[in-house]
Design a protein. Structure first.
Length: 318
């Protein structure tokens, strides 16, 4: 044993320890340690209101929106377990069972595209900054919410939120863009620029995909899938019938009670709902629909039940 600590064994031991420590650090840095990031610098963007440590920024436009909630929300609204209605927002949620899968469908009409919003976990953009969909929704005073694109899990893909560019590094696919008038469409990230999109009226951009429906036609094949995901998965998707009229879908999966959907099946349901455009968001264990103070689907990654913490949400609210 004494000889083990002599050359060359001593160097081998030191090298192994350093390698193990480095590997642990890389894993922690990638999946655990929070990295808070500021928005991409854009001289054309709105003025920011930041905390003193610059770890959290919101736009002055958003601050003004918060201050005017009482004026815009109105005093008259009705809410049930599956519906909400006031002067500006109408939400009707239905549940169907198709393809051996529990599917939750929200039919939403808005008076203004300003009511379709996004929010980050802890109101902060960065890697490994996460919270449950329900927690982000409650912090945002949302009326309705689904999980977003889990933007903090990657270091690429456009991130535009509420007219602010947070990441201008293109991914390989098409980004979902939402314009000031509420129009949803897709743009090739490699053939565009996030800051130019904002200058042209884009207020939200989420990078996941693929596009499910375009021009009212299914845009995916029967065998198409996200990376190496299984054909049947929990899913989250958003679609547009026309500007200010949207369909949100969350499907349960990976359980004996609910199989899950393929992209092709998901696209077919969106097309059946008369969507002219639809886009796939993060799915699997992330898929969650929040309404009336609670998660109404049954999130699971197939191993454990309950909400997964995510980077961001898409929500309806004032």
């Amino acid at each position: 044993m004494q000889g083990f600590f002599k050359k060359p064994y001593r160097y081998a031991l030191i090298y192994s320890c350093v390698l193990i420590l480095f590997t642990v650090y890389v894993l922690l840095d990638t999946f655990v340690i929070p990295h808070r990031q500021e928005k991409a610098k854009d001289p054309h963007s709105v003025t920011d209101v930041c905390s003193t440590d610059n770890s959290m920024c919101i736009s002055s436009a958003a601050a003004r929106t918060d201050s005017s909630k009482a004026e815009t929300a109105g005093n008259n609204y009705t809410v049930t377990d599956s519906s909400y209605k006031d002067d500006n927002i109408s939400i009707d949620i239905s549940e169907i069972n198709k393809y051996d899968t529990h599917i939750y469908i929200a039919d939403i009409r808005l008076s203004s595209a300003d009511l379709l919003k996004t929010a980050f976990a802890e109101n902060t953009f960065g890697r490994n900054i996460k919270a449950k969909t329900s927690e982000i929704a409650q912090e945002s005073n949302a009326v309705f919410a689904v999980n977003g694109d889990y933007c903090g899990f990657r270091d690429y893909g456009y991130v535009i939120r509420n007219s602010n560019v947070y990441r201008n590094k293109a991914g390989d696919g098409d980004a979902l863009i939402i314009s000031k008038d509420g129009t949803m469409s897709a743009v090739s990230e490699k053939d565009s620029d996030a800051e130019e999109l904002v200058q042209n009226g884009v207020v939200q951009a989420l990078s996941f995909g693929p596009v499910l429906v375009t021009d009212s036609m299914t845009a995916v094949s029967e065998n198409e899938e996200v990376a190496r995901a299984k054909n049947s998965n929990p899913r989250t998707a958003v679609g547009m019938i026309e500007p200010l009229h949207y369909i949100f879908i969350v499907a349960d999966g990976r359980t004996s009670e609910s199989k899950g959907l393929s992209l092709y099946e998901l696209a077919g349901i969106m097309a059946d709902k008369r969507c002219t455009f639809a886009y796939n968001l993060d799915g699997g264990g992330s898929s969650a629909m929040w309404f009336n103070g609670q998660i109404i689907n049954h999130p699971t990654d197939g191993r454990s039940e309950g909400e997964r913490s995510v980077s961001d949400i898409v929500y309806i609210g004032y």
